[in-house]
Design a protein around this ligand. Structure first.
Ligand SMILES: Nc1nc2c(ncn2[C@@H]2O[C@H](COP(=O)(O)OP(=O)(O)O)[C@@H](O)[C@H]2O)c(=O)[nH]1
Ligand SMILES: [Mg+2]
Length: 441
């Protein structure tokens, strides 16, 4: 294999912008500085004003150049950043000039960060934090991403790995010096204490009701109720647009229609669903099945009672759920069952109160876990597998099934935890993680 490609990309937003930042990383940076910058390659980490021209000597622009010598750079390689005027002609000319050199090509999504990961500058959870902070829309998402890219998760996993490595060493001593007869409790106790501590911490992390994932991906709210209760009309009110079709024909909504909003400082997905009823229509029946699934998976359900034909909510109402009595414009609110919020999708009455109830729920839920350990499904999967291995190790130890088995289980758990931070089994996850990045990062 020859030398590694040098990669380049526009790192700033789409043109036109005041300034465009073009990033370059790889072995050709020195050559690019010498060939394209009138001032030559600048001193490391010193912004230098210079003319920039292409290989034929045609001027591209005047701008700042910032050079970082590997390994003291984001990617660990030599990198060059060019701050140019952010017009499409400048950017196009600069990228064409750079990629005209042999060994220089446009970067893939996330390739700069992937190189940083490969150089050991970041672990996988930190790299995920980089992607998340770029995508962050709410302050809560940003705070979570910032904590993650600053090594907040790395520390937790490192501590677990250290404790398990210690426990493993003690188990291996048991294997090397088997006692005649039963293992004395003195030998077992410190190992069990160590395992129990990690088991308890992982269980706490898993028992977070998905708060970290919800902060990142959005809380799920489902509007459910009988046909014609006004569910779609309420969704449209909340969305402030005609997102779902409203008619007086029962069974109009057949699929789940989702609207994304920011409420209570959180991303919230509100799902309008098909009215819950028995039906012969196959399409509507599938809609009802999806409605039930959306209701079951939601963090919060809005049960809509049809004020024109009141009946109790068909599904189970959980404590956090909101019950609304719709069509309050037609019916006196006094007819609303206890605790139900009178609203009218037609007049807008009660909709603000409904919004603030939803906002209160999501902001309270989001702050119910101080620093969520799990921010992606990937983390949850590995932690569940790790927990299963540790539980098996514990069982093997106390039931005398043999220290060898227990050691194997602890090794397995270590592997699961290490794969979250990208220390082992990385190849299968790297593509998935970095392809979701934007180009230039
Ligand atoms: N008077 C009145 N009619 C409503 C209200 N909300 C919905 N409707 C009407 O009730 C019918 C069913 O509404 P829709 O939103 O499609 O109900 P869904 O089947 O539960 O989605 C439509 O004719 C709406 O115009 C309301 O608050 N007041
Ligand atoms: Mg509907």
């Amino acid at each position: 294999m020859g030398a590694r490609d040098t990669i380049c990309a526009l790192a700033s937003g789409p043109p036109p912008s005041a300034i465009a930042i073009i990033r370059v990383s790889g072995p050709a940076v020195g050559e690019i500085g010498a060939a394209f910058l009138a001032a030559g390659l600048p001193e490391p980490k010193r912004a230098t004003l210079t003319y920039i021209h292409d290989a034929e000597g045609a001027q591209i622009d005047q701008g700042l150049a910032l050079y970082a010598r590997g390994p003291h750079s984001y990617t660990g390689e030599d990198t060059l950043e060019l701050y140019l005027h952010g017009g499409p002609a400048v950017i196009g000319h600069a990228l064409r000039a750079l990629t005209s050199l042999p060994g220089v090509r446009l970067a893939e999504p996330g390739e700069f960060t992937r190189r940083a990961f490969e150089a050991g500058k970041l672990d996988l959870t930190e790299a995920e934090g980089v992607a998340d902070i770029i995508e962050a829309e709410t302050v809560a998402q940003k705070a979570q991403a910032l904590r993650q890219l600053g090594g907040g998760l790395t520390q937790i996993y490192d501590a677990w790995r250290e404790e398990l490595t210690g426990a493993l060493a003690l188990i291996e001593v048991m294997i090397d010096f088997p006692d005649e007869g039963d293992v004395p409790l003195d030998t077992l106790r410190p190992i069990l204490l160590e395992l129990d501590k990690v088991i308890a911490e992982i269980e706490t992390a898993l028992g977070d009701r998905g708060v970290g994932e919800r902060i990142r991906d959005g809380f799920r709210i489902a509007i459910i109720g009988p046909p014609n209760a006004g569910k779609s009309s309420i969704l449209n009110r909340l969305a402030r647009r005609e997102a779902a079709i409203v008619t007086d024909i029962a069974g109009t909504t057949r699929d789940v229609v989702e609207v994304r909003l920011i409420l209570g400082g959180q991303v919230v997905w509100i799902a309008d669903t098909a009215g819950l009823r028995e039906t012969e229509d196959v399409v509507e029946a599938e809609g009802v099945r999806r409605a039930r699934r959306a209701a079951a998976e939601a963090d919060l359900r809005i049960h809509v009672i049809d004020g024109a034909a009141p009946s109790p909510p068909p599904g189970p109402v959980e404590t956090q759920d909101i019950v609304v009595f719709n069509k309050a414009d037609q019916r006196p609110a006094i007819l609303a069952p206890d605790g139900a919020l009178p609203v009218s999708a037609t007049s807008g009455e009660g909709i603000e109160t409904l919004e603030s109830r939803i906002a209160a729920f999501v902001s309270q839920r989001a702050s119910s876990v101080e620093a969520p350990v799990i921010t992606r499904a990937r983390h949850r999967e590995k932690l569940l597998a790790g927990l299963a291995s540790l539980t098996a190790a514990r069982a093997a130890l106390i039931s005398d099934m043999g220290a060898e088995l227990a050691a194997e289980d602890v090794r397995m758990a270590l592997r699961q935890l290490s794969s979250v931070i990208g220390r082992v089994d990385v190849e299968d996850v790297l593509g998935a993680v970095f392809s979701k990045f934007c180009i230039g990062k």
